[in-house]
Ligand binder design. Structure first.
Ligand SMILES: Cc1ncc(COP(=O)(O)O)c(C=O)c1O
Length: 507
């Protein structure tokens, strides 16, 4: 019998009338077990004796007797006004809590730097909270009861309709509402696409080098082997892609992470030609298209060759990763298979958030928010870029004025991981470039996100970076003077700094 604790959780208690033990004795034993095992935690309020007696269909006296006994034993306490509670002493620690020891408790993301320049993600303080409160209140108030069920793998029709207008207008995509699958973000988009392609017999996928480790991880665990293709200032090297033998490529022409490269017109044309000539598929990651600061983003590739491109995007950079909302626009021939994979994954994306986003898109609030955020990020980018230039005029800042990061190239003699470790000691979170490289060699660098860096804190951040760089240079000079062999000079961070754990795949 599941008994409702008044104002508290439910607890499973049994009494068996056929059992030789008395009902009060069974109830005492049941409560003791629940407290010892941690199912009833310290401070939990028990139901009133009358309520528990009703639920268990025993007389109230049986419950009163059991409670009194457990109070006497110290398992329970009574407090005027609060009723009967599990005592702090008896219920302090669940017996088996150590079984569920989570690896991410030591995870570096739990480290909160005073200044955080680590990608990805937007500035959460820009999130339009009051607008969200109003919209969500409306959604919960007015959503028809039928919409509280499973809405299917495609996503809410109202959102798909708005995405059709939005992606058509701003990205020149060919994305009819019936050709869109709403997902929980780019992560699920890549998961679903990889699984669908692996089931269809694909086994390799070309990926950009360098790129976010999360992308190749997702493709790999879902059955596609990533083949690295170098990226330069014009974007993915399509010549090398053509010789790779791959028939699927994941690329981000609008703004590559972490190099910030925007694919040139010549490369875009060659990439589409390659796809047509090889009957190949381009997975177009459009995540960073909303943040271009000198001119609007170029139209997406998908609109030009929808039969060869899967367009994917999410609101994780525009609103917040916590929204868990994104989309896939597959070519017609893959649409059904992708929707079925999504269905098998989770039966559909959370509905209320979909209605909220549909409403923001329809009212224009979403675009107003993105424009406001873009203005802030443009100022933050300019401030960081200026500061970096003052300190390091000879070091290149790579990438177009787009995205949410600046890639600061370091001299080849410096280890970017070493710099990141020293920055950590200065309370500054930065991301080294080298772990994002797969097999293409290149200079070390720092991927610096300005999304959360207000101009007020910019000078402070660069001063901390300078202290870290000074420390690294001093150490490296000392090592060189002591003529320590190059191999030993290589810096390896401890797992607390940069662990290669699966949950570390976000850069
Ligand atoms: C660079 C980067 N950041 C973040 C994410 C997570 O995106 P989302 O929140 O849309 O799942 C991904 C997923 O592939 C990514 O590649």
């Amino acid at each position: 019998m599941v008994t409702r604790m008044s104002g508290g959780p439910e607890i499973l208690l049994h009494v068996d009338r056929g059992h030789p033990e008395t009902l009060a004795s069974q109830l005492r034993a049941g409560l003791r077990d629940a407290i010892r095992s941690g199912r009833l935690m310290a401070g939990t309020r028990l139901p009133a004796s009358r309520v528990l007696a009703e639920d268990l269909r025993v007389s109230r006296g049986v419950v009163v007797e059991a409670y009194a006994q457990l109070v006497a034993e110290g398992f329970l306490v009574t407090r005027p006004g609060s009723g009967t509670l599990v005592s702090d002493v008896a219920g302090a620690t669940p017996e088996h809590s150590s079984w569920w020891h989570r690896r991410d408790q030591q995870h570096h993301r739990l480290w909160r730097p005073e200044l955080d320049l680590r990608p990805p993600g937007p500035d959460p303080t820009l999130f339009p909270r009051s607008q969200a409160v109003r919209t969500m209140t409306e959604v919960f108030r007015h959503l028809p009861a039928a919409e509280f069920g499973y809405t299917g793998p495609w996503g809410v029709a109202a959102l798909r309709r708005q995405l059709e207008f939005h992606l058509g207008r701003l990205r020149a995509a060919m994305a009819p509402a019936d050709g869109i699958v709403v997902v929980t973000g780019l992560t699920q988009a890549l998961t679903v696409i990889a699984r669908t392609l692996a089931t269809a017999g694909y086994d390799h996928v070309a990926v950009e080098d360098p790129s976010a480790p999360v992308q190749r991880h997702l493709l790999q665990v879902h059955g596609l082997k990533p083949i690295p293709i170098p990226v330069d200032e014009e974007g993915l090297d399509v010549g090398l892609l053509a010789t790779s033998g791959c028939r699927v490529v994941l690329t981000s022409p609008s703004c590559q992470f972490p190099t910030g490269a925007v694919m040139s017109a010549a490369r875009r044309a060659r990439l589409l030609e390659w796809a047509v000539a090889n009957r190949a598929l381009i997975i177009e990651d459009d995540q960073r298209a909303d943040f271009h600061f000198d001119r609007p983003a170029l139209a997406c590739l998908q609109g030009m060759r929808p039969e060869h491109v899967v367009l994917i995007g999410s609101v994780s950079t525009t609103l917040a990763p916590a929204m868990r909302l994104g989309w896939i626009v597959p070519p017609p021939q893959l649409l059904q298979a992708i929707a079925e994979t999504k269905r098998d994954d989770d039966f559909g994306t959370a509905v209320m958030e979909q209605y909220a986003l549909a409403s923001w898109l329809e009212s224009g609030q979403y675009n107003r928010h993105v424009r406001r955020a873009r203005r802030s990020y443009a100022m933050r980018r300019a401030a960081l870029s200026r500061q970096l230039h003052q300190y390091y005029p000879q070091w290149a800042q790579r990438g177009s004025p787009a995205g949410l990061e600046i890639l600061l190239e370091l001299p080849g003699s410096l280890s970017d991981q070493h710099v990141a470790a020293h920055a950590r000691q200065q309370g500054l979170g930065i991301t080294p470039l080298s772990p994002m490289r797969i097999s293409t060699a290149g200079p070390p660098g720092l991927v610096l996100s300005y999304a959360r860096l207000t101009p007020r804190h910019c000078a402070d951040a660069v001063q901390r970076l300078e202290l870290a760089l000074q420390a690294v240079m001093t150490e490296e000079r000392t090592l060189a003077a002591a003529a320590i062999p190059a191999q030993e000079q290589e810096w390896h961070l401890t797992s607390a700094d940069w662990p290669a754990a699966p949950d570390d795949f976000y850069p």
